[in-house]
Design a protein around this ligand. Structure first.
Ligand code: AMP
Length: 437
């Protein structure tokens, strides 16, 4: 199947060929003809499936054809990063057409946006909060919107945007086309879809967690206090570059970035407390390879679009299992392969269980030699002690069975010549005896 057979305009086909895309992805194959037909759409598709082009291409084509009062298309997204990326896609796919677009998000000055809107745009990509500000200041008129896209709708709900979204939708024409894209479907999303969509076509592509061929997932059991050292070890011994590391908190992201930078690994952090310009710089340094590791929180990482990101590391597992799917979706994108590595300490086992239940499969677990739970720190390793005492039995059960009785009785840093413990059953590599000076 080629893009030509989807009924796209020659200008769009040219742009796609400029981008080097030869074959539509499954979501593009399914969605593009339906959107061109004018159908409402309920689409289950994650980042990395090519979903952005699945709505941007047909919208650009419709904009090029019609003549109503602008702006005529509105794409709502949860984060600034995603807004910037969708806007980039609009620019790239629309480069041979003459549509004008604006990207509207908070955290930056409102006046350039007002000026842009005043000059007239056909398409708006926006985060809900800032667009609502414009609406209240009457610097945007949404009464001509013909197509509305809610991209990553699940995330918008998670981030508490539902009221903003409803207030925005209230001012849109009732007669319009609505496309709802979401990675996950819970009752809340279904309820939103029911109120917004009219006789929608449903499009579903296999979520990345089930197609998994492209993403290799691994769990490394490790003591919480040694996770940072393990990341440094993996990255250095494997000569990994472009590694996206997830932490649960902004504070944790900063701390981890500092600790890794301290051991000579070029690392940046992005999270909600950083200014927009700091985030943009960190992201571009990461893309160009200036920064080797990027530490991010779930929300900040949402919408990061990096072609062929090879490694994602979960420094901690997310509290919400769906976030795991979002996180690992950052790697192995559009046909390339990637590795998703989770460092799991004893207290995170219930989270791992929830994730495996969601995926309906177990993730292979293997301790890294020298970093087995309960083993002694390596020479020169900085140990970051966890705040809470470690529960007994640490290190067991990952391999699904035998306990060798050696775990759970660590005497950290007391006996100078102690040997490292052998790996638990099911672990990949037995620990080499190693002296700790
Ligand atoms: P998305 O799911 O929209 O975040 O897209 C994931 C990545 O796939 C982006 O980097 C796109 O540039 C890329 N992409 C989208 N469509 C195609 C295609 N048909 N062929 C190859 N790459 C694509």
């Amino acid at each position: 199947m080629s893009f030509t057979s989807l009924g796209l305009a020659p200008e769009l086909l040219r742009a796609l060929s400029d981008e080097g895309y030869t074959t539509p992805t499954p979501i593009q194959l399914q969605a593009i003809p339906l959107v061109l037909e004018g159908r409402d759409l309920l689409a289950a598709a994650q980042t990395g499936t090519g979903k952005t082009a699945a709505f941007v291409l047909p919208i650009l084509q419709k904009l090029a054809a019609g003549r109503a009062v602008p702006p005529r298309a509105l794409i709502l997204v949860p984060t600034r990063e995603l807004a910037a990326q969708v806007a980039d896609s609009v620019q790239a796919y629309g480069r041979h057409l003459h549509q004008r677009s604006a990207v509207i998000f908070g955290g930056v000055g409102i006046y350039p946006q007002i000026e842009k809107l005043r000059r007239g745009v056909d398409l708006i990509v926006a985060t809900p909060g800032r667009l609502l500000d414009h609406l209240q200041q009457r610097t945007v008129d949404l009464s001509g919107i013909e197509t509305l896209v809610l991209d990553e709708a699940d995330r918008m709900l998670d981030m508490g945007f539902i009221r903003d979204i409803r207030r925005l939708i209230a001012v849109l024409p009732k007669q319009r086309q609505t496309l709802l894209f979401s990675a996950t479907f819970n009752p809340e999303i279904r309820a939103l879809a029911e109120t917004l969509l009219r006789n929608p076509a449903t499009v579903e592509v296999a979520p990345r967690n089930t197609t998994a061929a492209q993403i290799t997932q691994r769990v490394h059991p490790v003591d919480k206090s040694r996770k940072t050292a393990l990341i440094a070890h993996l990255v250095t011994t494997g000569d990994w570059h472009q590694v996206l590391v997830f932490t649960r908190t902004k504070h944790g992201a900063n701390r981890l970035a500092e600790q890794l930078a301290d051991v000579g690994i070029n690392t940046a952090a992005i999270h909600g407390n950083k200014s927009q310009s700091a985030r943009t710089k960190a992201l571009s340094d990461f893309k160009t390879g200036k920064v080797r590791l990027l530490v991010a929180t779930d929300i900040a990482a949402r919408g990061i679009d990096i072609d062929q990101l090879p490694y994602v590391i979960n420094h901690e597992l997310p509290n919400v299992p769906e976030d795991y799917v979002h996180r690992i979706g950052r790697t192995g994108r559009a046909g390339s392969s990637g590795e998703a590595i989770s460092l799991v300490s004893a207290e995170e086992r219930p989270l791992l269980k929830d994730i495996q239940r969601l995926l309906r499969r177990d993730i292979p677990a293997a301790a890294i030699a020298g970093f087995e739970p309960g083993s002694a720190p390596l020479a020169g390793e900085t140990v970051h002690r966890p705040a809470a005492p470690r529960p007994a039995g640490d290190g067991r059960h990952f391999g699904g069975g035998r306990s060798d009785g050696l775990h759970g009785n660590r005497r950290e840093g007391t006996d100078g010549n102690r040997m490292a413990r052998p790996a638990a059953s099911g672990n990949r590599a037995p620990a080499k005896p190693r002296r700790v000076p």
